[in-house]
Design a protein. Structure first.
Length: 610
């Protein structure tokens, strides 16, 4: 776990340190083993020489005294000999029969020496006695080719061992110094040839991640690392080229709409963080389709390129100009208020108008919408508001700049105008309805009730708000055509003959034609025209069947039939009860009335009664 937290350089140095320590330790251990083994071999060889001399003398004379003399001579001549003892069997036990120390004579032989005098093995043991390092070497005494005793030699090996220790310490010091020099040298080499180049590559990658301008990586390293650096540079160049192509419009060289959306989001995020405002210019070349049609697409592309250059040359340094699509351009202006952005927008408009005036056949101008975030709009509506301002500039004659603030004023005025128009339309519709009611008193309030119930029923059936409005208007106007039906037919008591019924069946077409010149009710006309059609095809005026009948018309048919059955009519003095009217609707399902509409209408009636 700790190794994972280390940097690359420290990991590499740690690994090399481990290798060097293991290597130097192995050298020290081997050298120590070699030195101690050499001391041991020297001691053993010394004993072999003594043993050979004693064996030879003893085999000649078979005299213990001669052995004792040799022991005394060796003790006198060799300072490192501490004791010499000869162990032989005397009266069924082994004891010391000759020794440099007379006090040891006749001392029993320790059991530990039995492998030598019994099996003829040479034994070596190291003893540390009061700071004196001793070596006990025991070798067999050979007589006539057989083991007849054991020669024990005790040597003072302090001097040899100290010399060996000094050499070992010197070896450790030299190994440590070499290790340190190697580590320093390797650290320098590793950092220079491997770590530093890799850190340089990492810094380059981080700079790319931050979006900073990329500087090619140059490293002084091994050929392999240089190849990696060159491959990295080439990869970055390829990625930059691909990125540039992905965010650049190929015709104008400006940024494209994808880059615009990304930078717009970043800009709005910065505005939130630092409290600054940001402007957006939405520009559209006027009459561009006409120019393309008259002078060709190649000329149109040339104009787009020229306009893009004019816009780019007349914005502030740091403003972002993008081609939004077709003949539309957008400019993102960070840290800009309405005054600054308006000045830039006017300058662009003037430059384009001056440049475009050279085209006599189709003068080139530009319309610009301007919005400020967050002053004029929310984050979600920023682009939409600027776009709407641009379209307002076009609708007001083109070649002008409209701000979001001006747009709001215009929208308010337009809203007030539409409200007045709606009031006027409503008055017109109500006047027509009243005119029908005057001619046919039995229809009094019928249209209002049908309109109200039809709108409620349409809402229950999941129809959209706009179509519900159209159905409600159709409910008010579905009987307008009766204004063209003779009074004697409308007010006739009793059954109509075939000719009179055919006249009555013309009222949907009459109503359709009367209202067809009023643009505001155009969406309601199909419901007015077909509200007497039947699923079985027996309705009028066109005999439509099933799904051919607009759903709004089927809704009005059911509601109007129910209200008619439960109201007084010229041909029926007493209205039907609710139960009888409901039964008539049930009897007419799939034939006269749409089954789904009847079912939903009856559920609605039940809820109303509750």
């Amino acid at each position: 776990m700790l190794l994972k937290k280390l940097s690359l350089q420290k990991k590499i140095i740690f690994m090399f340190t481990l290798v060097i320590v293991v290597t130097m330790s192995s050298i020290v251990l081997f050298n120590s083993y070699t030195l101690y083994n050499a001391v041991r071999e020297t001691n053993v060889n010394q004993l072999k020489g003594i043993t050979t001399a004693i064996n030879g003398r003893y085999e000649e004379a078979r005299s213990i005294k001669d052995v004792q003399q040799i022991f005394d001579y060796i003790k006198h001549r060799q300072d490192n000999v501490l004791a010499l003892n000869l162990h032989m069997e005397v009266k069924d036990r082994y004891e010391v029969v000759a020794s440099t120390d007379r006090n040891d004579l006749e001392r029993s032989t320790p059991e530990i020496l039995s492998p030598t005098y019994l099996s003829g093995k040479t034994m070596v043991a190291h003893v540390n006695d009061q700071g004196v390092k001793k070596v006990r070497i025991v070798a067999p005494l050979i007589t006539d080719g057989e083991t007849s005793g054991a020669i024990e030699l005790i040597l003072d090996s302090t001097e040899e061992l100290e010399a060996a220790n000094k050499k070992i310490i010197l070896t450790i010091l030299v190994a440590g110094a070499v290790s340190i020099v190697l580590l320093v040298f390797l650290s320098f080499i590793i950092r220079r040839l491997l770590v530093q180049p890799l850190l340089t590559l990492r810094e380059a990658a981080v700079s790319i991640q931050k979006g900073e301008t990329y500087q090619p990586v140059e490293v002084n390293a091994s050929p392999e690392i240089r190849e990696v650096a060159n491959a990295f540079n080439e990869m970055v160049y390829n990625l930059e080229d691909r990125l540039q192509k992905s965010i650049t419009d190929p015709l104008t060289g400006l940024y494209n709409s994808a880059y615009f959306k990304r930078m717009l989001n970043l800009g709005m995020k910065e505005c939130k963080e630092n409290g600054h405002s940001m402007a957006l210019l939405f520009c559209d070349i006027d009459n561009f389709k006409k120019l393309n049609d008259h002078q060709g697409h190649l000329y149109g592309d040339k104009i787009l390129t020229e306009i893009s250059e004019l816009i780019s040359h007349n914005v502030r340094a740091g403003d972002i100009v993008c081609r939004y699509g077709g003949e539309e351009f957008v400019v993102i202006m960070k840290n800009a208020d309405e005054t600054t952005a308006g000045y830039v927008a006017e300058r662009i408009r003037e430059k384009v108008a001056i440049h475009g005036s050279m085209n006599i056949l189709t003068p080139i101008t530009i319309s610009i919408g301007l919005a400020i975030y967050p002053d004029d709009t929310s984050e979600d509506e920023f682009v939409h508001i600027a776009d709407q301002a641009m379209y307002a500039a076009k609708s007001l004659g083109k070649n002008r700049v409209i701000t979001a603030r001006q747009l709001k004023t215009m929208e308010k005025q337009e809203y007030e105008r539409k409200v007045e128009e709606q009031k006027s339309l409503l008055h017109t519709i109500l006047s027509i309805v009243k005119a029908v009611e005057v001619k046919d008193p039995y229809t009094t309030s019928h249209s209002e009730v049908v309109s109200e119930y039809a709108a409620k029923l349409a809402s229950r059936m999941g129809i959209g708000e706009k179509e519900i409005h159209d159905i409600a208007v159709a409910g008010l106007l579905h009987d307008v055509g009766k204004i063209g039906i003779p009074l004697e037919i409308l007010n006739k008591e009793g059954q109509l003959d075939e000719e009179e019924y055919d006249t009555i069946k013309t009222h949907p077409i009459l109503g359709y034609h009367i209202l067809s010149n009023i643009e505001e009710v155009h969406q309601s006309l199909p419901f007015i025209l077909h509200h007497h059609e039947q699923p079985d095809g027996e309705g009028y005026p066109h005999g439509l069947k099933g799904t051919e009948i607009p759903l709004g018309a089927s809704i009005i048919a059911v509601v109007a039939a129910y209200h008619s059955m439960t109201s007084k009519r010229p041909y029926r003095k007493e209205p039907l009860t609710e139960e009888a009217a409901i039964q008539e609707l049930l009897n007419g399902k799939s034939k006269q009335f749409n089954s789904d509409v009847v079912d939903e209408f009856l559920l609605m009636l039940e809820e109303i009664r509750k």
